[in-house]
Design a protein around this ligand. Structure first.
Ligand code: NAP
Length: 264
């Protein structure tokens, strides 16, 4: 495309949309003149200075090159989003390719699942393309997703379902670990602020140290076990008490929920 693509963004002012929309503008995917925000409540300050336009329905804007769907599934089903010639990028959880194709009339569909780390432009966004999606479409979608973090193409909807239970958690599992560490420190006699400070260091600074080398996580665990010190005793007991199996059971339960949503 020689001109910037025209993007209609449904749900531009929603919790997710207010990060993804400005993110894609900052990334230069298109400019404000070619960005049509769709919602029912009108302009949002999140787009101040971009010169975008606001509309109530897809029918109110010229046929777009790209339609981004970032509305709740029930709102999607209740509205008309017919755009057979557009590339459709959906970030809705639980709305499958077949339904997106039937509802929009487009064969070019990308289903993605950003997470709540879009807030700090750190989402890990897995995505899946329908067979009619072109390489040019995929490049554009990658640019949209990297506007709010990193992305990864997945082979099928089953992989996207599993990732919904993993990366879909955003900060939730790290927060669970931080909460458990803080509670354990307090139970062992620490003042809450001391326990919380230690938990923050363990979750945040330690995560930064693993960035770019996450494949070494098992070796890091093993090196502490091999050292046979204080932390080895802690790690051994955590494993014996079912740390790994509790995580795996949680992922299985979340996957059952995803599959139930897919059937709804
Ligand atoms: N939040 C997350 O962390 C997250 C993560 C992954 C995926 N998702 C998916 O992302 C989608 C949006 O989630 P959200 O948390 O951003 O929800 P949200 O905060 O409720 O935002 C949805 C927005 O859609 C707008 N809307 C509703 N009906 C519309 C219509 N017919 N046309 C245009 N806009 C319409 C609403 O604005 P008005 O009321 O002004 O119309 C609302 O602000 C959901 O499908 C969810 O499954 C969310």
């Amino acid at each position: 495309m020689t001109r910037p693509p025209t993007i209609a963004f449904a749900g531009a002012s929603g919790w997710l949309g207010r990060f993804i929309g400005p993110g894609l503008l900052r990334a230069g995917v298109t400019d404000g003149a070619h960005f049509h925000a769709l919602n029912r409540s009108g302009p949002s300050d999140d787009y101040a200075g971009w010169g975008i336009s606001w509309h109530r329905a897809l029918a109110d804007v010229p046929p777009p090159d790209v339609l981004v769907l970032s509305v709740r599934p029930a709102d999607f089903r209740a509205a008309r989003f017919h755009c057979p010639d557009a590339l459709v990028i959906s970030v809705m959880a639980g709305v499958l390719l077949a339904e997106l194709e039937a509802h929009t009339g487009s064969a070019r569909i990308i289903r993605a699942l950003p997470n709540a780390l879009v807030e700090t432009a750190s989402s890990y966004t897995p995505w899946l393309a329908s067979p009619a999606v072109t390489e040019e479409d995929k490049a554009l979608a990658r640019d949209v997703f990297t506007g709010s973090g990193t992305e990864a193409e997945v082979p099928d909807e089953a992989a996207l379902d599993v990732l919904t239970t993993l990366s879909g958690a955003g900060p939730a599992y790290a927060a669970l670990l931080a909460r458990a560490l803080t509670r354990a420190g307090v139970e062992a006699g620490l003042a809450p602020e001391l326990a919380a400070g230690a938990a923050e260091n363990l979750v945040c600074a330690a995560s930064a140290q693993l960035a770019g080398r996450i494949g070494q996580a098992p070796a890091v665990v093993q090196s502490f076990i091999d050292y046979e010190g204080v932390i080895a005793a802690g790690l051994r007991r955590m494993e014996a008490e079912g740390f790994d199996s509790a995580v795996a059971a949680g992922i299985r339960a979340a996957l059952e929920k995803v599959q139930e949503m897919n059937r709804a």
